[in-house]
Design a protein around this ligand. Structure first.
Ligand SMILES: NC(=O)c1ccc[n+]([C@@H]2O[C@H](COP(=O)([O-])OP(=O)(O)OC[C@H]3O[C@@H](n4cnc5c(N)ncnc54)[C@H](OP(=O)(O)O)[C@@H]3O)[C@@H](O)[C@H]2O)c1
Length: 384
């Protein structure tokens, strides 16, 4: 049996992962689970999978959890340290990292430092600390397998290729809910409209990032570190059908593509079973039903965060941290109804433009920049 810990088990990726595991329970032993605030679902998961170590975001929820569920014998922790304890748990072989945002960084790095295989969904940790995570993985022998569908696609296309065969990697984007909407109409789109993604059912933060296309910008930076590519080797295209997840152009002119149904259970299962492939959990892809596979260029005027992410990708240093944090704060403010949709891009742009890029020394400096940027971005929001 393979022993697994799941960080962010109550989220969209976490639940999909538990569904994958549930179909072949004899192969998987869930030894660790970590969640945020959804105690009710977490309790159901703990009851079903009986992990040995668990963690919740807040101390008060741990106390409540103990009171509601005294029969649980799991060791229970809280906060970043708690999620990190689950990530580092001695017994686990694989850690699925699926906490949202920079909050996933410490636990992800903990899993990498412990030499685990990491099925990585938390793209933000690579955006803000790519070099640190990759250097650590090299030292500890930790294997990082992408869960993001686009990166899983690239990973599969590159499986048997030499690095110098690759000319270019193209990540596809569905275009989100506002692909067919004018820039003017997009300005005042509501939260419900922004959350109404045409193809994927995901957590709120990543769904809003898909509506601004910041998600694709973050994915470009993620791909740079995962596949050790130069910024100019990375590109993206809108592909509304979300069937082709990525394309890799080889130096001899061949273009490899990875196609699959639009369901995260496929890349999650692949990250867990790699290099094996298990039976699919879904009906086969029927291209005669899909019929057309379309591709469009991204309009960077309409989606300015894509251009900004590209700048951060090229500049590096502290800039991707600032970009990521400013975006997390602005998206949260939009979700809370404090700012209109169009302010997300404006606020992130202003925060990034006001930042003087510097080199990053290490993990604690990343968290310092994160704290500074949170304050500055919140001030900008309050001034509006
Ligand atoms: N969903 C997708 O299809 C998809 C695809 C590719 C990549 N990703 C990436 O995967 C990650 C997770 O996405 P998601 O859609 O699954 O998000 P989600 O549905 O919002 O789930 C996030 C998970 O993280 C937990 N969490 C949030 N803040 C936490 C904190 N401070 N401490 C501990 N746990 C915390 C949440 O707990 P509670 O719910 O209990 O509060 C939940 O379990 C993101 O980085 C996203 O970009 C997602």
């Amino acid at each position: 049996m393979t022993k697994i810990s799941i960080l962010g088990s109550t989220g969209s990726i976490g639940q999909n992962c538990l569904e994958v595991i549930s179909r072949s329970k004899n192969k998987w032993d869930v030894v660790g689970l970590s969640a945020g605030r959804n105690r009710e679902l977490f309790r159901k998961q703990v009851t079903e999978f009986n992990p040995k170590i668990i963690s919740l975001e807040r101390e008060e929820d741990v106390a409540e959890f103990r009171r509601e569920y005294p029969e649980s014998s799991a060791e229970i922790f809280h906060g970043q340290e708690g999620a990190e304890a689950v990530a580092r748990y001695d017994e686990s072989d694989i850690v699925l990292s699926a906490i949202t945002g920079i909050n996933g960084l410490r636990p992800t790095l903990g899993a990498v430092q412990s030499g685990k295989r990491v099925a990585l969904a938390n793209k933000e940790s690579l955006v803000v600390a790519g070099p640190l995570i990759l250097e650590t993985a090299e030292r500890t022998g930790s294997q990082i397998i992408p869960v993001d569908s686009e990166h899983s696609g690239v990973f599969q296309c590159l499986a048997k290729e030499e690095k110098n065969h690759v000319k270019k990697v193209i990540l596809t984007a569905s275009g989100g809910p506002f692909f067919h909407v004018s820039a003017e109409e997009m300005k005042n789109k509501t939260l419900d409209e922004a959350l109404n993604h045409p193809r994927w059912k995901m957590g709120k933060k990543v769904t809003i990032d898909s509506a601004t296309l910041m998600n694709k910008g973050l994915e470009l930076i993620e791909a740079r570190w995962l596949f050790d590519l130069e910024p100019e080797q990375l590109d993206m295209l809108i592909h509304p059908q979300s069937i082709v997840h990525s394309l890799v152009e080889m130096r001899d002119g061949s273009v490899l593509a990875q196609l699959s149904p639009t369901d995260m259970k496929i890349p999650i299962q692949y990250a867990l079973t790699y290099p094996d492939r298990e039976e699919a959990l879904l009906p086969s892809l029927d291209l005669s039903q899909v019929r057309a596979l379309e591709f469009y260029e991204i309009d960077e005027k309409k989606f300015p965060l894509v251009k900004l992410a590209r700048e951060a990708l090229e500049t590096g240093g502290s800039l991707p941290v600032v970009l990521n944090t400013a975006n997390e704060v602005a998206v949260e403010a939009f979700i809370e109804g404090k700012i209109p949709f169009s302010d997300i891009a404006e606020i992130v742009t202003e925060t990034v433009e006001n930042h003087k890029t510097r080199k990053i020394g290490g993990l604690e400096e990343i968290f310092d920049i994160d704290r500074e940027t949170k304050l500055k971005t919140r001030n900008l929001i309050d001034q509006r």
